[in-house]
Design a protein around this ligand. Structure first.
Ligand SMILES: Cc1cc2nc3c(=O)[nH]c(=O)nc-3n(C[C@H](O)[C@H](O)[C@H](O)COP(=O)(O)OP(=O)(O)OC[C@H]3O[C@@H](n4cnc5c(N)ncnc54)[C@H](O)[C@@H]3O)c2cc1C
Length: 374
């Protein structure tokens, strides 16, 4: 059987690398094994938009330079289903870094700190007294499931399937000559946030795509998603390639983290922002907290649930409410109009969509005022 690892992390995306780093920050001599079914570098379908908040978490873990070589993008343009778009500058810029690059840099940071990376597709998990057995042969005191939207660990601990899920398709397309130097998001009509995006990478390409929340009907086809992009951002996908779709488990319907030695982080815990589809910040934050809880004394599950609630509980409650508000196109348009009139409401909206913000009185009051004619 070999040695017992202090922590086995399943999945080496942002949540998994952050979990390894969180554990090694809390206990530098911890024995941490990072497992992924893929070799790195590898692609992951994503908009590649990285909120500054994610970089803050990484800096606290002692990781710097993951966006080096990519310029900051401060411009943000938000278009409601009907009416005038709102354009502004984010108080702190975001970066657009292809996940092929970002995730490999994060894995390198984790292994440089002592995590051992192995390629393995995890299939089973058995809890025994004092340890967890992964695939019948890897023993660990604690396991972090950071294996993404279709998490095997999540299923194996009985946390069930994600409650509410979006589906999004992304590609890389040449930037149109008249495209604004900004992250562009155009919302579609209909219940449940649906939007198209174009995020400039800075190398002549933009990451473009379209996502929609899945309901009870049939899921949209690849062509349906491409049509959605063309409808909301005409021409943005022209000449696009590397089209890939993936699910986004939304935090408005996340499972409860159980007590015990098996923790879930990132998409495996359904931590994607239900309004914006942003998930990288929540992945690195939850991963870091899970990794730290896993190697500290006490019940890891309970400690992690508490630390996650302290860090994100209020925000998660507010984004769940915000998701219900933006499902109504009239309210969405009013909210965007409010942020167009008041720069501070714009900042609040960005914090709600990308970071740990809440529905502030400025946003709610401005939305109500925008609904009242005259
Ligand atoms: C089209 C699209 C656009 C998006 N745009 C953005 C955006 O612009 N900004 C943003 O912040 N978020 C965005 N998101 C969300 C973001 O991609 C996710 O929230 C983020 O990747 C979650 O990170 P993670 O580490 O939890 O999971 P992942 O990044 O999915 O990593 C999971 C890892 O686990 C591995 N794995 C899976 N199963 C196993 C197994 N059984 N055994 C071993 N390894 C396994 C996988 O190979 C993978 O490396 C987008 C999502 C989609 C689908």
């Amino acid at each position: 059987m070999g040695r017992v690892w202090d922590l086995v992390v399943v999945g080496a995306g942002p949540a998994g690398s952050a979990a390894a780093l969180g554990a090694l920050t809390a206990r530098p001599r911890a024995r941490v094994l990072l497992l992924d079914r893929a070799d790195f570098p590898r692609d992951k379908p994503c908009g590649d938009g990285i909120a500054p908040h994610a970089l803050d978490v990484l800096a606290r873990l002692g990781v710097h330079g993951v966006v080096d070589g990519y310029r900051p993008v401060a411009g943000l343009r938000l278009a409601p289903p009907a009416g005038a778009p709102v354009a502004g500058r984010m108080a702190r810029p975001a970066h657009v870094v292809p996940r092929r690059v970002l995730d490999a840099r994060l894995v390198a940071a984790a292994t440089a700190r002592g995590a051992v990376l192995e390629r393995r597709r995890v299939r089973s998990l058995v809890r025994e007294v004092g340890r967890v057995l992964v695939d019948g042969e890897v023993a660990a005191r604690a396991v972090v499931g950071a294996d993404g939207a279709h998490s095997v660990v999540r299923r194996l601990v009985g946390a069930g399937e994600p409650g509410r899920v979006a589906l999004a398709l992304r590609g890389y397309a040449p930037v149109a000559a008249d495209a604004p130097d900004a992250q562009v998001i155009a919302f579609g009509p209909g219940a449940g946030p649906t939007y198209a995006w174009s995020f400039p990478v800075g190398d002549g390409r933009a990451n473009v795509g379209y996502g929609t929340v899945l309901g009870t009907g049939p899921a949209p086809t690849r062509q349906g998603l491409l049509d959605g992009l063309e409808r909301l951002l005409p021409g943005a996908g022209a000449g696009g390639r590397d089209w890939r779709a993936h699910h986004l488990p939304l935090s408005s319907h996340r499972p409860r983290q159980p007590d015990g030695p098996v923790l879930l982080a990132g998409d495996a815990l359904s931590l994607v922002n239900p309004v914006t589809g942003e998930g990288i910040y929540y992945a690195v934050l939850s991963g870091a907290l899970a990794g730290a809880a896993a190697v500290r004394p006490g019940d890891p599950g309970r400690a992690y649930r508490r630390s996650l609630d302290r860090a994100l509980g209020r925000h998660l409650r507010h984004t769940a409410l915000a998701a219900r508000i933006v499902a109504r196109p009239r309210l969405l348009a009013a909210g965007l109009a409010a942020s167009g009139r008041d720069g501070r409401a714009f900042d609040d909206l960005v914090e709600l969509g990308l970071g740990g913000g809440t529905l502030t009185p400025r946003v709610l009051g401005g939305t109500l005022r925008a609904l009242v004619p005259g």
